[in-house]
Design a protein around this ligand. Structure first.
Ligand code: EPZ
Length: 422
């Protein structure tokens, strides 16, 4: 198990390049198997979720090379349609292979990815969308089995804009016979990125208007090379780190246009945020105001993935902040760990009330999931004294090298591993 030790009290200063987007990369890697040929993906982050997804691609018959953020996938010889339990259950997002395996193999057999610490995360919307396209899905011994004689275009209406279900519907529709129209689709930038990737491979996907996507099925796709956009959640994480430490940073490649609500919240807190062609300037030396009320929501609302980093920054703002989490049922776990460092956070149901304090103090805390773990690192940067964050393998799922990045901003960090016995 991994640990990171942070010596706090130094404002973040400097420039850091933001890695490629995890949540764009994962559905795009799954989409590569729709094509019987080569796909090159540049700026792909070296994170454990990508490495597990590569293992799945190889299990299915792909030949994959991954060097210096450049991923080459040859999916001409895909012949399997079953994702082994030990692989698929490690990562919820393996469910994203349902749509592309049905499109390519007309069959998919994936371990039922259960809930996780942030919520139950059911798959009903995925199932409804793929059944509308002509799949028959059953659950057997902890596996989801999906089969079809051939997917056909359909009208799919989402009652909730699920990101993963929207991605599965798109991946299933690309090679389906006829036209698919999705109403109530998720509008996250990662969905656009997936559509842009697929269209560059020869798919015919158009965005009609808010939440409506039209996909005209095609017979085959073509070789392509795609460059991933920078990760807006990683950029937002370091933005809240600058606010928590009253620092001044440049986030190179940060996709400002995808971060409007996050930047609005940062400005409410007193930070200056300037977008430029090459990234985001953040001056948080005077950022000490509470944003008062933040509600997470589907894009373009405030992203649930930055709710925990916001808790850290708001814990050090003057005044009270109410945060309402509307996406996942239990995404306030990190509050209890932040309280160990002196944060004043009261959680009731899907609401948290934070009372700002002058300072946090170092402590030994445990990451329980990806974004909460990152938020604890931010708290360690701002706290007086030394903080040790344990179970940092959660953080490596989405951050390529959080210590390297934060050292670029002047942070003092040590990292290591301990055996289970300690
Ligand atoms: C994606 O998860 C992201 N993961 C999550 O990021 C992100 O938090 C989430 O979208 C919301 O933006 C990836 O892209 C790999 P959803 P996903 O389907 O697709 C309910 C991170 O930290 N729901 O939009 O699983 C579900 O329970 C991760 O990078 C159903 O009820 O999110 C949840 O409450 C965490 N039935 C809500 O919708 C379904 O069939 C949002 O889920 C599907 C979802």
């Amino acid at each position: 198990m991994g640990w990171i030790e942070i010596t706090g009290g130094t404002p973040l200063h400097g420039k850091v390049r933001i890695q490629g987007s995890k949540n764009a990369a994962l559905p795009i890697l799954a989409g590569a198997i729709l094509h019987q040929g080569r796909t090159v993906i540049e700026n792909c982050p070296v994170i454990t979720d990508v490495l597990w997804t590569i293992r799945i691609l190889e299990e299915l018959g792909c030949v994959v090379r991954f060097e210096k953020n450049r991923l080459e996938i040859d999916s001409s010889k895909v012949q399997a349609c079953r994702i082994p339990g030990e692989l698929g259950s490690r990562m919820r997002s393996s469910v994203i292979f349902l749509g592309s395996l049905l499109g390519r193999m007309k069959k998919a057999w994936i371990p039922y990815p259960g809930g996780c610490t942030i919520g139950k995360r059911p798959l009903d919307l995925h199932q409804e969308a793929l059944e509308a396209l002509g799949a028959v899905i059953t659950e057997e011994d902890g596996f989801l089995r999906a089969e079809t004689s051939g997917l056909e275009g359909a009208v799919i209406r989402f009652g909730f804009p699920s990101v993963g279900a929207t991605e599965n519907a798109i991946l299933g529709a690309v090679l389906a016979k006829g036209v698919t129209t999705i109403f109530g689709a998720a509008m996250e930038p990662e969905i656009w990125e997936l559509c842009r990737f697929l269209n560059e491979k020869g798919a015919k996907i158009t965005w009609m208007k808010r939440g409506e996507i039209r996909i005209e099925g095609v017979k085959r796709l073509q070789d392509s090379r795609f460059v991933l956009t920078a990760d807006r959640i990683v950029a937002g994480t370091y933005l809240f780190g600058a606010i928590a430490t009253r620092g001044r940073v440049f986030l190179e490649d940060a996709p400002g246009p995808q971060m409007r609500e996050v930047l609005r919240t940062a400005r409410l807190m007193g930070a200056q945020a300037e977008e430029s062609k090459s990234g985001l300037w953040i001056n948080a030396e005077k950022a000490f105001r509470s944003p008062e009320f933040v509600r997470t929501a589907p894009y373009p609302g405030f992203p649930t993935d930055l709710q925990s980093p916001l808790l850290t920054a708001a814990s050090l703002a003057k005044g009270k902040t109410a945060v309402q989490e509307t996406i996942f049922e239990s995404r306030f776990q990190t509050a209890s760990q932040l309280r160990k460092m002196g944060a004043q956070i009261a959680v009731e149901g899907n609401r948290a009330l934070i009372t700002g304090t002058d300072c946090l103090h170092g402590a030994c805390v445990e990451a329980r999931e990806l974004r909460g773990g990152a938020a604890l690192i931010l708290a360690g940067l701002a706290a007086k004294g030394v903080t040790q964050v344990r179970n940092t393998e959660y953080i490596s799922r989405g951050y390529e090298d959080i210590c390297r990045d934060l050292r670029c901003l002047g942070a003092k960090l040590k990292e290591g591993f301990y055996s289970d016995s300690t």
